[in-house]
Design a protein around this ligand. Structure first.
Ligand SMILES: Nc1ncnc2c1ncn2[C@@H]1O[C@H](COP(=O)(O)OP(=O)(O)O)[C@@H](O)[C@H]1O
Ligand SMILES: [Mg+2]
Length: 308
């Protein structure tokens, strides 16, 4: 089946001013590749500052003016040029944004979902989509400040789902929600995939991602360190030392902390960005590290677990 989204060798950097008027290019995402098939939930898991939101904004063509993007993005078999991105944004490709502040605080929920359409069928459609997400018809008349956190999240999802998109990008859709509401919100994304859409789920929460994802890409300092089937994670087949460390840091796996901190943009050399914190570090890790195909996935490590 033709993939919904293909991202190949994507890099994103920012122009910043150094000393005086000298411009410096600050790389944030490097050589990222990712494929989403119809019906698939692909999770991108990474800690704060690893470049997750930039990836979403890069696909949508809404990066800030001082940024540069290189690489290829293909949507439904055609290049996703800035012009095409603008055309499909909010329709075939929707973003469920990171913050509920994306809702217009001065506009009632109903008109936000209908996006300016007032006819009877638009009204029926917005009621139906609210109902689908467990929100009563009275929600239409509320302003965003009158919604609880969980309701606001569901309104954002309803706004996205109202367009029957081909690709849904969810940027950290669960923070601030209790475990039950978070599971419910993720369940809605699973449903969208089950009805044929591709879902890119961006999160820092590996455990939660695994409850709905088909594939997982683990992101560290702007690089994919590992990409694998979600089932491999639950089976304990983790290849990259960072993925392993992330797994061991989960409460149910012993809460083992990872010493050190993720390097920021501009602090990464040509070698592996995790090397300074890696228990398996070798001198070669400071040089270029190729991606390797590994058991139905990819790993970005010279000495992955399970190797000979
Ligand atoms: N407009 C910008 N100019 C310069 N650097 C930026 C800009 N936006 C984001 N960054 C940097 O890019 C990195 C990744 O940001 P982001 O994608 O928001 O991370 P995440 O969503 O994974 O928390 C951060 O270190 C941030 O400082
Ligand atoms: Mg973010």
């Amino acid at each position: 089946m033709e993939p919904i989204l293909e991202v190949k060798d994507l890099s994103i950097s920012f122009t910043q001013y150094g000393r005086g008027t000298k411009q410096v290019l600050l790389p944030v995402i490097r050589d990222l590749s990712l494929t989403i098939a119809p019906g698939q939930v692909v999770a991108v898991v990474g800690s704060s500052g690893s470049g997750k939101s930039l990836l979403a904004h890069g696909i949508l063509g809404i990066l800030p003016y001082n940024s540069h993007m290189a690489g290829e993005i293909t949507f439904l078999g055609q290049p996703l040029t800035p012009k095409r991105a603008e055309k499909v944004r909010g329709k075939e490709i929707v973003l469920v944004p990171q913050g509920v502040t994306y809702l217009d605080p001065l506009m009632k929920v109903g008109p936000q979902i209908r996006k300016g359409r007032w006819d009877q069928s638009a009204r029926q459609a917005s009621r139906a989509v609210l109902e689908r997400y467990g929100l009563g018809a009275d929600t239409e008349e509320r302003y965003p400040f009158e919604l609880s956190g969980g309701m606001a999240r569901r309104v954002l999802i309803a706004t996205a789902a109202a367009e029957t998109p081909k690709l849904v990008i969810a940027d950290e859709p669960t923070p601030g929600l209790d475990a039950r509401s978070a599971k419910r919100v993720l369940g809605h994304f699973r449903e969208m995939a089950d009805s044929g859409a591709g879902v890119l789920l961006i999160t820092h929460d590996l455990e939660l991602a695994l409850t709905i994802a088909d594939r997982v890409a683990v992101f560290y300092a702007g690089e994919t360190v590992e990409e694998a089937n979600a089932a491999d994670f639950t089976a304990g087949k983790l290849r990259h030392p960072y993925t392993r460390a992330l797994w061991n840091a989960l409460p149910q796996n012993g809460f083992v902390p990872i010493p050190g901190a993720q390097p920021g943009p501009g602090e990464v050399g040509e070698g592996c960005p995790f090397a300074p914190r890696c228990p398996k570090q070798q001198p070669e890790c400071l040089g270029p590290v190729p991606y390797r195909e590994w058991d139905g996935g990819l790993v970005h490590c010279l000495d992955p677990e399970g190797g000979e």
